[in-house]
Design a protein around this ligand. Structure first.
Ligand SMILES: [Zn+2]
Length: 438
């Protein structure tokens, strides 16, 4: 039986099976038909020569704000998912802090309707753990699971109360969902903006230290100790950014009180420091904030030793007019879908901190396992979702060319090496050389 398509001669890397060799990938009916040595060609209707490129499972980003409904001036499902394909991602998890938030089954179904109409890549919508934006009330996790959510999260509404954290872990465990926590505790009252005291003073904006994040992780750790053994709870900690957070997470991991505990960091936390706000102002403002060189080193070390197994973008688009409000009052967040892979290769792979296989693991099988998502590996009979990467391609970040509706990035003008040059979704080439074909 002839394949519909063969991608010939790429260096095929599948971190889930530690596979790294030149091979041909055959696709039929949208699924992988065979992964075969190049010297035994099989019949195929259409062939693409991809020699010289790296081929890996379609990248997965479990932390993306698509903004629709309610924030269409920042991003829509159509633009955000096309930005994902351009960045090499075939699947993303969308965050539920839309307007209205996705905190009820009927709202989840409304989001699903938008996705089936407009999404260009696979989207797994996460559900809001907080009901009606009231951090004292939890939504009905079992009903949200029933309506299709694979995980729940307190994104944008970090839970402050340890009793509620414990209840949330119990409910998520009972419903068979991972809880994605934003570990941020209001230890000093206000959130602040810049994580470097002299720089905050110089720029006249409030300081925020790493305690917020480290105390948040410690609070989730204590909540986990309360529920241990009572339910198979799985917790995923969003965007670790500081040495203190990494240290608190190491203690939590060593305690082994949960059925599953994972954590992510984002490209900006291992590549930039707080100094970026001098040049990029509000385009370098996110939560948690950029930290110092020691934090960059600690986050990188945790990626290298495997403590942090997931790299996500926290893609958080904001319209130019919103970011123009200035460092103190502009909203938090930066876009990341179209720069993530380049930053990972430039800052982790090229300096030799991580092998390409280990780096790609944190963007494929790592995130899939953390949230129990399909994909993230190359397997005969599974959907042919593939990313082809030119690891040597030198390019300059030009936000004007983003497919995202927003431009808020502190990587503007940076020269990076490595980018996705082709994205294949269900056996179909949907992105080539930055151009999305659907
Ligand atoms: Zn977020």
């Amino acid at each position: 039986m002839a394949a519909d398509l063969v991608l010939r001669g790429a260096r095929v890397i599948d971190p889930a099976s530690a596979f790294d060799r030149v091979a041909d990938i055959y696709v039929r009916g949208g699924v992988i038909l065979d992964i075969a040595p190049t010297d035994e060609p099989l019949p195929a209707t259409h062939a693409i020569d991809v020699s010289g490129l790296v081929l890996c499972p379609g990248l997965i980003d479990i932390h993306v704000h698509l903004r629709e409904p309610g924030g269409e001036q920042k991003e829509t499902v159509a633009t955000g998912t096309r930005a994902a394909l351009a960045g090499g991602f075939t699947a993303v998890c969308s965050m539920p802090n839309t307007d209205p938030p996705t905190d009820r089954p009927d709202r989840l179904r409304e989001v699903a309707a938008i996705l089936s109409r407009d999404a260009a890549c696979i989207v797994h919508p996460l559900a809001a753990a907080i009901l009606d934006r009231d951090p004292a009330r939890l939504s009905d996790f079992a009903a949200l699971r029933e309506a299709g959510a694979l995980a729940v999260t307190d994104d944008a509404m970090p839970i402050q109360d340890e009793d509620i954290m414990a209840r949330a872990l119990m409910a998520a465990g009972d419903a068979g969902m991972t809880f994605v926590a934003h570990p941020e505790l209001d230890v000093a009252g206000d959130a602040g903006v810049v994580s470097d005291p002299p720089l905050a003073a110089e720029l006249g904006v409030p300081y925020v230290g790493p305690e917020r994040e480290a105390e948040g992780i410690a609070a989730w750790h204590r909540a986990a100790q309360v529920v241990t053994g009572r339910t198979p709870a799985r917790l995923h900690l969003a965007h670790l950014s500081s040495a203190e957070a990494v240290a608190a997470y190491r203690v939590f991991l060593a305690d082994a009180v949960l059925a599953g505990l994972t954590a992510e960091t984002c490209p900006h936390y291992f590549s930039l420091t707080a100094a970026a706000v001098r040049e990029f102002a509000a385009d370098a403002k996110m939560n948690p904030p950029l930290r110092g060189p020691d934090d960059v080193a600690a986050v990188t070390a945790a990626l290298v030793d495997g403590t942090i197994g997931v790299i996500s973008t926290d893609h958080a688009p904001h319209a130019p007019a919103e970011k123009a409000a200035g460092l103190a009052s502009a909203p938090f967040g930066i876009v990341g879908l179209e720069t993530a892979l380049g930053v990972v290769i430039e800052y982790l792979v090229r300096p030799g901190a991580l092998s390409l296989m280990d780096a790609l693991a944190k963007m494929t099988i790592g995130p899939a396992r953390a949230l129990g998502l399909p994909g993230g590996r190359l397997l005969v009979g599974e959907p042919a979702n593939l990313t082809l990467i030119d690891t040597a391609a030198a390019w300059t970040v030009a936000p004007d060319r983003f497919l995202s509706l927003s431009r808020n990035t502190p990587f503007r003008g940076m020269m990076l090496h490595g980018r996705a040059v082709m994205t294949v979704l269900n056996g179909r080439v949907v992105m080539e050389d930055g151009e999305v074909l659907i």
